[in-house]
Design a protein around this ligand. Structure first.
Ligand code: FES
Length: 202
């Protein structure tokens, strides 16, 4: 598991774009007036989307002001959850699941591919600064293990060779297609169903 690091280099300013301010307004409407602080997680995620995949401290202060809550409370949330990056991670942030189901299906081969193509260490940029990688806990797609997440997309049913190809594509500004790399549609059984075949509704 990676250790969360807060970037030493921090921007001086942050504010939402016009579009994100509108999105923030919509998020506020999901919560009762006296419970607006509950929007903190969604707003932090919005910051991350706007700020190249990471959340600077000044943005936490901005969110605290928007939600009229103490900065330390926003800081606590941002530093607790692994979905928030507190240092730059590059345009393509690669998360490799190494929890048990993925591990027994070869997740460490994916880690090897990341070490070869990106960096021998987690949280370190490839030379071009386009991407970095990190090991994470279960991504919730165990049925398609081993799984790797790149930004918001899942790449599933991988092996080392396929992972190397995906990483090559990213490094060459191509967009690899997300989903199963063994030709499965979503989580359907491979080579057709073998159980409950007499049950039409299964
Ligand atoms: S264990 Fe890897 S997605 Fe669940």
């Amino acid at each position: 598991m990676s250790i969360k690091k807060i970037s030493k280099k921090q921007p001086e300013n942050f504010k939402f774009t016009e579009d994100n301010l509108k999105t923030a307004e919509k998020i506020f409407q999901k919560y009762p007036k006296e419970k607006q602080q509950s929007a903190v997680m969604a707003l932090l995620y919005l910051v991350q989307g706007q700020n190249n995949n990471w959340i600077p401290l000044v943005a936490m202060k901005y969110i605290a002001k928007l939600l009229k809550m103490p900065y330390i409370k926003v800081y606590e949330v941002a530093t607790f959850y692994s979905m928030y990056n507190l240092s730059p991670v590059g345009d393509h942030f690669i998360q490799v699941c190494t929890t048990t189901p993925c591990m027994i299906r070869g997740a460490y081969k994916l880690v090897e591919a990341c070490k070869e193509k990106i960096s021998s260490k987690e949280n370190e940029f490839v030379e071009s600064k386009k991407c970095s990688w990190v090991e994470v806990e279960c991504l919730g797609a165990c049925v398609n293990a081993p799984v790797m997440q790149i930004n918001d997309d899942y790449y599933e049913d991988l092996d080392k060779e396929k992972t190397l190809k995906i990483l090559d594509d990213i490094l060459n500004d191509k967009n690899p297609i997300p989903g199963s790399y063994r030709g499965r549609k979503n989580t359907e059984p491979e080579n057709n169903r073998k159980t409950l075949i007499d049950n039409k509704n299964a």
